[in-house]
Design a protein around this ligand. Structure first.
Ligand SMILES: C[S@@+](CC[C@H](N)C(=O)[O-])C[C@H]1O[C@@H](n2cnc3c(N)ncnc32)[C@H](O)[C@@H]1O
Length: 215
């Protein structure tokens, strides 16, 4: 799994975000959402690595990400980015911002992993998950997803938002998504303005208020 670097602009489009809320970004990887947005805490298990190793992983993520895109250009829609070069430039800028912010505000970056987060109940307005849940459903099973989403609901006061809802590579739907939703607090599938992976144009929004799954 690559440590990728999406920008705050990508996050705003993937999650249809409005300003003025506090956010948990889990998993944040090398994304610059925290660097570019007030009231964000970023979580990723890769943060346990020192700055040097993380910096190397983020640079590798840029190179490998570009190569995967170049080999599979037809698997993607380009209406949001425009073209390959615009996407690559956005990711380089995001990686630079992430690494600079990690240096200057390291306390914003917490080394932890789903499904166990080191935060009290209701710590954030909104918990975001970009490109881990569902994306990697061939690696993490249904039970892991249920535990991870329950944990995100626990630490969120208002909502949990997850994007995308399809598998990486094939873009196939995740077979257990609707069964999982029925075991969680009320949720909806909402269209988002972001376009890239074919078939990925909806986010999952879980209502975390008064959630019965809260521990
Ligand atoms: C594809 S990257 C996505 C990064 C970022 N959200 C973005 O959109 O660019 C996936 C990230 O998930 C992290 N990860 C892997 N297992 C995790 C877990 N159990 N809990 C939280 N993050 C995890 C990886 O370290 C990696 O940085």
């Amino acid at each position: 799994m690559l440590v990728t670097s999406r920008s705050a602009a990508e996050y705003r489009a993937m999650f249809s975000l409005s300003p003025g809320q506090s956010f948990l970004d889990c998993c944040a990887g090398g994304a610059s959402f925290c660097a570019e947005t007030p009231n964000v805490v970023a979580v990723d298990p890769a943060y346990v690595l020192g700055y040097g190793e993380l910096s190397r992983l983020v640079r590798t993520g840029l190179i490998d990400g570009d190569r995967i895109i170049a080999e599979n250009v037809d698997h993607f829609e380009w209406s949001w980015y425009g073209d390959v070069d615009s996407r690559a430039a956005m990711r380089i800028d995001a990686a630079d911002r992430f690494l600079a912010d990690l240096r200057t505000r390291p306390s914003r970056y917490i080394a932890a992993a789903l499904p166990d987060l080191p935060f009290a109940d209701d710590s954030f307005d909104v918990a975001l998950c970009s490109h881990l849940l569902f994306t990697w459903a061939e690696r993490f099973d249904e039970n892991w997803h249920r535990r991870a989403l329950t944990e995100l609901v626990r630490v969120a006061r208002a909502e949990v938002r997850v994007f995308p809802l399809v598998l990486q590579g094939t873009g196939a739907p995740v077979p257990f998504l609707s069964r999982l939703r029925s075991a969680l607090p009320p949720s909806e599938l909402r269209d988002v303005p972001y376009r890239f992976q074919r078939g990925a144009h909806q986010m999952l929004v879980i209502d975390a208020r008064n959630a019965p799954t809260r521990c």
